[in-house]
Write a protein that binds this ligand. Sequence first.
Ligand SMILES: NC(=O)c1ccc[n+]([C@@H]2O[C@H](COP(=O)([O-])OP(=O)(O)OC[C@H]3O[C@@H](n4cnc5c(N)ncnc54)[C@H](O)[C@@H]3O)[C@@H](O)[C@H]2O)c1
Length: 324
Amino acid sequence: MPETKACESKTDTIEDHHGHVERVLASTPDLLLDNGADLIAATVPATSSRVVAATEDTTSGRHRLLGELAGRIPFPVIVVNDSPIKLKFENEHGIGRAVVDGFLRATNSLIAAKTFAVVGFGSCGRSLARTLRALGASVIVVERDPVRALEAAFEGMRVTSIDRAVELADALITVTGRPDALTADLMTSLRDGAVLANVGHFSTEIDVAGIERVAVSRREIRGDVTEFVLENGRTVYLLARGEMLNLAAANGHQIQIMDLGFAHQAHSMRARARSGCLHPRLQPRAAGDRPRSRRGRSGHAIDRRAEQLVPGPRKFHRKRPPTG
Ligand SMILES: NC(=O)c1ccc[n+]([C@@H]2O[C@H](COP(=O)([O-])OP(=O)(O)OC[C@H]3O[C@@H](n4cnc5c(N)ncnc54)[C@H](O)[C@@H]3O)[C@@H](O)[C@H]2O)c1
């Protein structure tokens, strides 16, 4: 198989990124490991593609597969994002710590005693909200799904509208997977010195172009901090240009978290390569694929004996009545 190197870097433009995608596909791969569905989307117009299966890692890629690409992908796609391994471990455990790492590196500022608004209380947003609160922040949640909003309230978070959140928060972080979670019309309500950041896959969750339009000045004050002065004289700070904060300003997820996701993708690809029997549709994991090793690298053993126990009727042993 020909080797193709296409290394993405933090300073890449969108054109660079599309160039990398084209170079990877020019090597005529059989299997794709995707994150955001750009590779998968680029194969759709091609009639001569050799691709037999793909994996998709993230929620935003999943939205594209179910939206603009629905019914147009001729090969099976393992949507790793929907597997418990991804949702429980990367999103619910990894995100919070990784994003806080990005926030601290970008701002060198305290988390404790600040009010953070987390916009979106999905698997990533709740991880972030919980981590911020554990570090002493007061956390507001903005969530448009009523059940998820209620979940946040039951966890003791203050749940409110975006209009109210911008008035209250020292820092607002979007993690919705949807564009325009924070729009330019809200800028005038922000507190002086408010910090804005995004964790969602695409840098469209904060309307950065809109902020540039309503701002009277803009300057880079640190590597990942852009200062905007607004017409009302208030200053707001945008972190990492509205790109994913944990990746743009820090190192992304912890290595063990990435190991889990990549192992899942490798298992999926192996299932396809060995048996070829994946269904031609979206699925969260290859059938029969489950953690097999009794003791993974984390050192935690999985109890196999319990799996073999067949639940049967309970026996109650009556105490024999005393004789004599
Ligand atoms: N930075 C990273 O390393 C990383 C890792 C995993 C996922 N992601 C990305 O994070 C984003 C969120 O992922 P997720 O799995 O938590 O998604 P999710 O769909 O589980 O949760 C998103 C939540 O946001 C809510 N929402 C959507 N638009 C909203 C709005 N305008 N206002 C308020 N709430 C809104 C939805 O109702 C939903 O509950 C996606 O873009 C995903 O690709 C990033």
